[in-house]
Design a protein around this ligand. Structure first.
Ligand code: ZN
Length: 355
């Protein structure tokens, strides 16, 4: 079967439509990765590498600095919203927002900016929309960290063409309560573990989450119960209860510091760590990041929610989100993007890369 041939000379909105119409839900990025790799290999100024369904292309001009433009190739499952359709300057369909508009812009820049002022590494990766251990960017970071070495990274996730810096970290703990089981007809023989959760919930209800400024952006924290379990039958005093708590913490804290904080909040209780992911500092104090913000314009804001910028931060590469599309429309059945926003992103990034 002959694969799709991408035309990187198409205007970015039309290329976005072509990318979306080649559906690529997570785990099925192969044909799209093949097409991306083939298109990039025709550009003589790029070195192209591939790992699984992740394609990495870079310039090697010997510039003093290097930047990354990255985007994931996968989407959430199609929901009857392909093929794309264009109406009144709006492109509708799966992937138009998250995030093939950004991928189209990156592909166009890769093909058409042969002599950028910084060297550029373009990363197109698989499996972002699924469990973290399948993430193609994470895999490349583990197996080929040199491919991602850079001074600054732009993740082209939808941000309505505004710069969104860094992200909060996240961790979950279980607060464990114990009691003594008994028949509920003789409840005085036992001690109720669910009742023991009351003061834990009270501490959560009274908790005042902080807003923390990091590198000039404000990160709003949150500490919340996200689950509670206990009880084995309708006539048994429960001897166990567990409250699951999620802490979203500003990137001023490490994961260890965040866990310390949660342990302090629940001082006197058994706290068990379930999982954790670090935040990412926006790094906007670095000259290379400041130059980016100056070039694309607008007021940077803190990213709400964890994103793959944290994977770059873990490699020592400050990263921001910047891309076309309203993030609130990502994954929606009526996913759609203003094609003017795609063009704005391309124009601004092209000016930035030209230096
Ligand atoms: Zn995305």
């Amino acid at each position: 079967m002959v694969g799709t041939v991408l035309d990187l000379d198409l205007p970015a909105p039309a290329l976005t439509a072509q990318l979306c119409d080649l559906a690529s839900p997570s785990g099925k990025e192969g044909p799209l990765a093949d097409a991306v790799e083939a298109a990039l290999r025709t550009a003589g100024h790029l070195t192209v590498d591939r790992d699984g369904d992740t394609v990495v292309a870079r310039t090697a001009l010997g510039r003093p600095s290097r930047v990354v433009l990255a985007g994931h190739l996968d989407t959430v499952p199609v929901a009857g919203n392909l093929p794309t359709r264009l109406a009144d300057g709006v492109l509708w369909g799966r992937g138009t927002v998250d995030m093939k508009g950004g991928v189209a812009v990156a592909l166009r820049l890769a093909a058409h900016v042969p002599t950028p002022s910084s060297d550029v590494t373009y990363v197109f990766y698989d499996n972002e929309e699924v469990e973290a251990d399948r993430n193609g960017l994470g895999r490349v970071a583990r197996q080929h960290p040199a491919w991602l070495a850079a001074d600054f990274a732009v993740l082209m996730e939808p941000s309505s063409a505004a710069v969104e810096g860094g992200c909060n970290g996240t961790l979950r703990v279980a607060v464990e309560l114990t009691g003594i089981a008994a028949h509920s007809a003789r409840s005085w023989m036992g001690r109720n573990a669910i009742h023991a959760a009351g003061p834990v919930l009270q501490r959560l209800a009274e908790y005042q989450p902080a807003t923390v400024a990091v590198d000039g952006l404000d990160y709003r924290e949150g500490l919340n119960a996200v689950g509670i379990s206990g009880g084995i039958a309708g006539n048994v005093i429960p001897d166990r209860c567990e409250v699951t708590v999620n802490y979203r913490f500003a990137p001023a804290k490490t994961e260890a510091q965040a866990l310390d904080h949660v342990r302090q909040v629940f001082d006197g209780y058994d706290v068990r760590l379930l999982d954790t992911a670090p935040g990412a500092r926006p790094g906007l104090d670095r000259p290379v990041a400041a130059a980016f913000v100056a070039a694309v314009g607008g007021q940077p804001r803190a990213k709400v929610g964890w994103t793959d910028v944290a994977r770059f931060d873990a490699l020592g590469v400050p990263a921001v989100n910047y891309g076309p599309g309203d993030p609130q429309l990502a994954h929606a059945d009526d996913e759609r993007v203003d094609i003017a926003e795609i063009e704005v992103c391309e124009t601004r990034l092209r000016a930035w890369l030209a230096g």
